[in-house]
Ligand binder design. Structure first.
Ligand SMILES: [Zn+2]
Length: 147
């Protein structure tokens, strides 16, 4: 699977050539060329090398990343079998701690009955879970006190 372009690595105030843009995003040079030719990514193509403003590149990479991820709305989990975001069956999900600050929401797909997951930071759970009924699973890790 190709890596998703990571917009965080793009500096908005810089100007990028196609090669630099591809390197920064971790994708192929031809991929960036294709984005420009299709008109999806704005660039100065009046002379070689083609130049892309960092802010345009950043915005485009963010948009793409979002599309690939199919940005989930609050209360939605992603079903890998159905390849679609869905609200879990019974409007219920478990939050399972994978670490001190993060974990995942797990719910049942209402269509295929498979498990759906959504990774989430614990402090963002309210935004991510929306109005779902969440059951916390796994104890909050305790701070290490004196023995
Ligand atoms: Zn499903």
């Amino acid at each position: 699977m190709p890596k998703l372009p990571d917009a965080r690595r793009i500096k908005a105030h810089r100007v990028y050539s196609v090669v630099e843009a591809a390197e920064a995003l971790g994708c192929h040079r031809q991929t960036v060329t294709r984005w420009i030719k299709s008109g999806a990514l704005q660039a100065d193509t009046s002379a070689r090398p083609w130049l892309i403003r960092g802010c345009d590149l950043k915005a485009y990479a963010q948009e793409r990343r979002c599309k690939n991820r199919q940005c989930l709305a609050p209360g939605e989990l992603f079903c890998l079998s159905c390849r679609k975001p869905k609200r879990p069956a019974f409007e219920m999900a478990d939050f399972i701690f994978d670490g001190p600050a993060h974990g995942r929401l797990v719910g049942l797909c209402p269509t295929c009955g498979g498990l759906m997951h959504r990774f989430a930071r614990h402090d963002r759970i309210a935004q991510i879970a929306g109005d779902l009924d969440i059951t916390m699973k796994g104890a909050l890790p305790r701070l290490n006190g004196p023995d």
